[in-house]
Design a protein around this ligand. Sequence first.
Ligand code: ATP
Length: 309
Amino acid sequence: MTDWVIETQQLYKSFGTTRAVDGVALRVPRGVVFALLGPNGAGKTTTLRLLMGMYIPDAGEIRVLGGPPGAARQRLGYLPEARGLYRQARVAELLVYLARLKGLDARTAERRAQAWLERFGLADWARRKVHELSHGMQQKVQLAATLVHDPDLVILDEPFQGLDPVNVRLVDEIIRELQAQGRTVLLSSHQLHRVERLADQVALIHRGRIVEHGPLTALRRRYMQGRIAVRLAPGGTLPADLPGVVTAQPAEEPQSWYLQLAPQASPQQVLFALVQAAVPLEGFEVVQPSLEDIFLQAVAGQEPVLAAA
Ligand code: ATP
């Protein structure tokens, strides 16, 4: 039997006439990086707040770490969307204080706070007051506060928000480390491309509903659009009628095209035709659908609103 760290059934939550969460069923297995993805206003934060016990659902069941929401706080680390640290507090003291609230003894709290400040490159800022730190640095302190008590389950609401590319990579690395240690990470993001290489499993949410979910590799296979990228050697030309190809669109690079395959056509068939026609090839690649491609297909016919990077 699968060990679900988070399990919800038919969750509903409305604010006035707005159905923020509309029948959400989520299952997060232990030890995975799970991404809840969708555009602004899709219902991600509301879902996470329901999991944290900050909102009471209108209807539905929630189990987190085997109990009701809010029951296992010491095993759980939560990075809220609305960030806010005590601005007058000194960074290290604040982390130690928050760690002690989670049940750590003073020495362990100090050791862990120090270790996380070093990991985030903030050791030199330990004695400074929070308001002296830049926005991105405060964000890293808040992440340190989320992780300082070594939680089994980490819930991160938009963890990349406000971070520069170097720090995005650092947070990526830390999420992978948490997973390698057997912890479970549930993160939300409206920036689908950010989690392309990070998430094992995803749930795509649109207008409060999960429109697609599952292991990312399985989704990519299922949404494989039958697209091929080809690059020809200089002077080579693409034959007008290639069997199995519906359209050929020029790509950004010179001598390169995207070929859209007919539903029954296979990449092998196209490669064979190209070789038979003696087309000088420099590149031939079956294109994987991106998370954004998958999202757009999953909500096709509805009205997708994807936020820019
Ligand atoms: P974003 O990426 O912009 O943070 P989200 O996916 O986290 O979006 P939610 O914050 O869960 O979306 O909001 C879902 C819907 O519920 C939105 O229409 C939002 O306006 C509404 N909503 C959320 N919280 C409240 C609230 N406290 N009161 C009233 N409406 C709310």
